[in-house]
Write a protein that binds this ligand. Structure first.
Ligand SMILES: Nc1ncnc2c1ncn2[C@@H]1O[C@H](COP(=O)(O)OP(=O)(O)OP(=O)(O)O)[C@@H](O)[C@H]1O
Ligand SMILES: [Mg+2]
Length: 278
């Protein structure tokens, strides 16, 4: 299977419909994101998954999206990477509507690290080259190292040439996540969308994944769908979504001081899981 076929397969697994290519392609003038008054319905008769949603991420800012299940967090991220187009409003990157950005350029501008990373039953090298088909082996090794995958590669019989899914070469959730972070390193896109894992990882994987992520997001514009208090507390801005719209937004301290929805979420989560926000 050639790499193009592999990409087509990934798209079909993720159920991505091909969207219209821009006629008059424009180049974004920077790594900042604005969602302006967007309404999106998955189907005509469905309730809107996001409704009159407006939010933004400035260059090199870390914005945490939080909110209850079904509040529209993943939908908002999907709109930015143009998995689907808004029926109303506009999604802009670097001042340009995503519909006017060429598909290749958009792919190179935005990296999406999924909550549940799936890998193809192909070699690790092939899985990485989805992000950059012409990457040299040295570049792959560098990306794997940056994503703290050295232990995984060292353990596999043919290193990064090992085909995944064959006997003895299954990876755990945390290991798969690190490989997909390596893919994002390779792509080196200025905007990173991160859907933080809800499942808890073992301590070693958790530490390595956190380490890999904090390196990945350095000097990048990041929108993170956050499930961990530590991530939320470290963000420049928190946007609390509710029923597809913004319930509240501000810096962590601003929101704590406001004593609103966010404060209540923190209180419930701290009670439930003994989390602390300092
Ligand atoms: N592929 C889809 N087809 C139809 N409806 C969908 C689809 N994905 C999400 N929805 C609906 O859109 C709304 C927003 O969902 P979304 O996945 O964006 O929420 P979320 O905030 O990411 O939730 P979670 O925290 O559970 O991941 C929900 O009502 C959901 O049922
Ligand atoms: Mg989600």
């Amino acid at each position: 299977m050639k790499i193009d076929d592999a990409i087509a397969r990934v798209n079909s697994i993720l159920d991505i419909q091909p969207l219209a290519e821009a006629k008059d392609k424009k180049t974004p003038s920077g790594a900042f994101v604005e969602i302006k008054d967007v309404t999106y319905r998955y189907s005509e008769d469905a309730n809107p998954a996001v409704k009159n949603l407006s939010l933004s991420a400035d260059k090199d800012q870390i914005v945490a999206l939080v909110g209850p299940s079904g509040s529209g967090k993943t939908t908002a991220a999907g709109l930015i990477s143009r998995f689907f187009d808004a029926q109303e409003g506009s999604v802009m990157i670097g001042g340009v509507d995503v519909k006017d950005i060429g598909k290749d350029e958009l792919m190179n501008t935005v990296s999406y690290v999924f909550q549940d990373s799936r890998l193809l039953k192909r070699s690790i090298a092939d899985n990485l080259r989805i992000a950059k088909p012409d990457a040299t082996d040295a570049e792959l090794t560098e990306a794997l190292h940056a994503a703290q995958c050295d232990d995984i590669i060292g353990r596999l019989p043919q290193g990064m040439g090992t085909v995944l899914g064959s006997e003895g070469t299954y990876l755990s959730g945390g290991e798969r996540q690190r490989i997909s972070i390596a893919r994002a390193f390779l792509k080196d896109a200025p905007i990173i969308l991160l859907d933080e894992a809800t499942a808890s990882l073992d301590v070693e994987n958790e530490t390595k994944v956190q380490g890999a992520l904090s390196r990945l997001i350095k000097e990048k514009t990041v929108m993170v769908i956050a499930h961990r208090m530590r991530t939320v507390a470290g963000a420049n801005k928190i946007v609390v979504l509710k029923d597809g719209g913004v319930a509240e937004q501000g810096s962590p301290t601003e929101l704590m001081d406001r004593n609103g929805v966010f404060t209540e979420m923190v209180r419930l989560q701290t009670e439930g899981q003994n989390w602390s926000i300092v």
